[in-house]
Design a protein around this ligand. Structure first.
Ligand code: CUA
Length: 178
């Protein structure tokens, strides 16, 4: 079969591009641990305030010693305004929105997640000591650029766990149909 030279060039070019794109996805997934956020746990966005998973917001310690950060995004802020976390320990974030879609991005780490009303986004990561900026990376309205907050990560010896250890939030009853 005779294939025109230009057609050959296009076929080879497209094949090279496909291999390159799939390689990037594979590298991000396996070498950099980048995964799509789960979006399995649901919540009624109208009753986030009052829901035991987010009242109060902030840091909680599970019965097994695991560290959890419960965060609410709303136009145009994150609650609580500052989280103090221990360095070197896995921290599981539980994040939801009361209004529109936001994006929780911990700058200079690979931790970030879309925050969609109706869902609780969850990811686990750990930090070295220092201050971290958190920004909103989904355009959410006129105050989008002001929607930032701070994480203060201190050496574990200097970290004071919350006064009352609270068991991790109970599993949600409602699941999305897949
Ligand atoms: Cu919230 Cu942009």
């Amino acid at each position: 079969m005779k294939v025109d030279l230009y057609e050959k060039i296009w076929m080879i070019g497209v094949s090279v591009m496909l291999v390159a794109f799939f390689s990037v996805i594979a590298y991000e997934s396996f070498a950099m641990d980048r995964m799509p956020p789960s979006h399995i746990e649901t919540i009624d966005p109208r009753t986030v305030v009052g829901d035991p998973r987010f009242s109060p917001q902030g840091v909680r310690v599970g019965a097994d010693g695991s560290v959890h950060a419960h965060v609410v995004g709303l136009t145009f802020t994150w609650l609580p305004q500052e989280l103090v976390l221990p360095a070197g320990r896995p921290v599981t974030f539980h994040i939801t929105s009361t209004d529109v879609t936001h994006g929780y991005q911990i700058v200079r780490t690979n931790a970030q997640s879309m925050v969609i009303p109706g869902y609780v986004s969850q990811f686990t990561t750990s930090f070295t000591a220092g201050d971290y900026l958190v920004v909103c990376n989904e355009y959410c309205g006129v105050g989008h650029h002001q929607m930032y907050t701070k994480l203060r990560v201190v050496p574990e010896a200097e970290w004071t766990p919350p006064a009352t250890p609270v068991t991790a939030a109970p599993a949600p009853e409602a699941h999305d149909a897949h």
